[in-house]
Ligand binder design. Structure first.
Ligand SMILES: NC(=O)c1ccc[n+]([C@@H]2O[C@H](COP(=O)([O-])OP(=O)(O)OC[C@H]3O[C@@H](n4cnc5c(N)ncnc54)[C@H](OP(=O)(O)O)[C@@H]3O)[C@@H](O)[C@H]2O)c1
Length: 285
């Protein structure tokens, strides 16, 4: 059985591939990447695949039985069309099963909702494709907060508009493990899973970060307006708005949801403290 993973050069794609080759021979795992040279380090066959290019995917999916489609990075309407290129090429080239990395979150009411809506549209496109399918709705990654730690330490605080809301953080490592199982096992047919960990407030997250990194951070809640202004100044209009929308969603309890992680992966999701410790360990090596 040949399994292809798109966006192989990215952090999620690499994590899935690293864990997938523990499940099946690396000869049967094919990476598809917009920039193939960035995926060379994975030590597997890598084929070219830009989501804007149908010809790439007709070639890249030749002889593939199962494809994992990692959600794109472009603005929402463009993503839907890009994902359709992969789905249509999969259908035309005899692929039997498609696994899609979607997202949890509110379809309305915040600045992240258009991204969530575009993911739901792709979920529907996949369900209507006639292929076997499995959908994972990924939780919010914990890593970006940890990558930001130097800034947090400089400021002495984590500051955002999540208020008292709880977020069920996951990590790319945890997701990689779950997808490696969802790709090779037959028991997940036509299932949609929330791939999330335990619910944590920002105050609880800060406490765990302080425990692992021996820092003295505090959490300060600010308004969504104030936070949006800060994020857009630093990250630009689109990404700044999207990040603010995620924290508004946390404030509104949109991420305090039931986890299907164990059903998808066969083991419980790691605790947040374990994910933080692992991240710290990997930073050192
Ligand atoms: N759950 C969360 O908290 C969260 C946070 C951020 C993102 N996401 C979603 O998760 C996905 C994967 O995240 P990640 O951590 O792997 O991000 P990442 O490390 O930044 O990687 C992004 C990947 O997308 C690829 N890509 C971008 N445009 C493409 C195109 N037109 N055609 C084909 N590939 C394209 C990039 O290829 P190149 O190497 O060629 O640039 C790269 O492999 C993102 O695409 C996004 O939809 C989720």
């Amino acid at each position: 059985m040949k399994i292809a993973v798109t966006s192989a050069s990215g952090k999620l794609g690499s994590s899935i591939i690293r864990q997938l080759i523990n499940e099946i021979s690396s000869d049967n795992v094919i990476g598809i990447a917009r920039t193939p040279e960035k995926a060379k380090h994975l030590g597997i066959e890598v084929r070219e695949g830009d989501y804007n290019n149908r010809v790439h995917f007709d070639k890249a999916l030749e002889g593939i039985d199962t494809v994992l489609l990692i959600s794109g990075m472009d603005e929402p309407q463009k993503r839907i069309q890009q994902h359709r290129i992969v789905i249509d090429a999969a259908k035309a080239n005899g692929v039997k099963k498609i696994v899609y990395t979607s997202i949890v979150g509110a379809e309305e009411n915040n600045a992240f909702s258009p991204v969530v809506q575009s993911n739901r549209q792709t979920e529907n496109d996949i369900k209507n494709s006639g292929l076997d399918w499995v959908i994972g709705r990924n939780g919010i990654y914990i890593e970006p907060d940890l990558e930001y730690l130097d800034t947090y330490i400089k400021d002495g605080e984590i500051r955002n508009c999540a208020g008292l809301g709880k977020c069920t953080y996951t990590s790319r490592e945890e997701l990689g493990y779950a997808y490696s199982k969802m790709l090779v096992q037959d028991s997940h047919g036509n299932k949609t899973y929330n791939l999330v960990g335990e619910p944590l407030s920002q105050k609880e997250l800060v406490k765990l970060i302080n425990q692992v990194y021996n820092t003295k951070l505090v959490f300060n809640a600010i308004s969504a307006e104030e936070y949006a202004k800060e994020r857009k100044r630093e990250l630009g209009e689109f990404i700044g708005g999207v990040i603010t929308g995620i924290y508004e969603g946390i404030r509104d309890e949109e991420y305090d949801i039931t986890s299907d992680y164990e059903k998808a992966s066969g083991r419980p999701h790691k605790l947040a403290v374990e994910m933080i410790k692992e991240f710290k360990l990997n930073q050192k090596t």
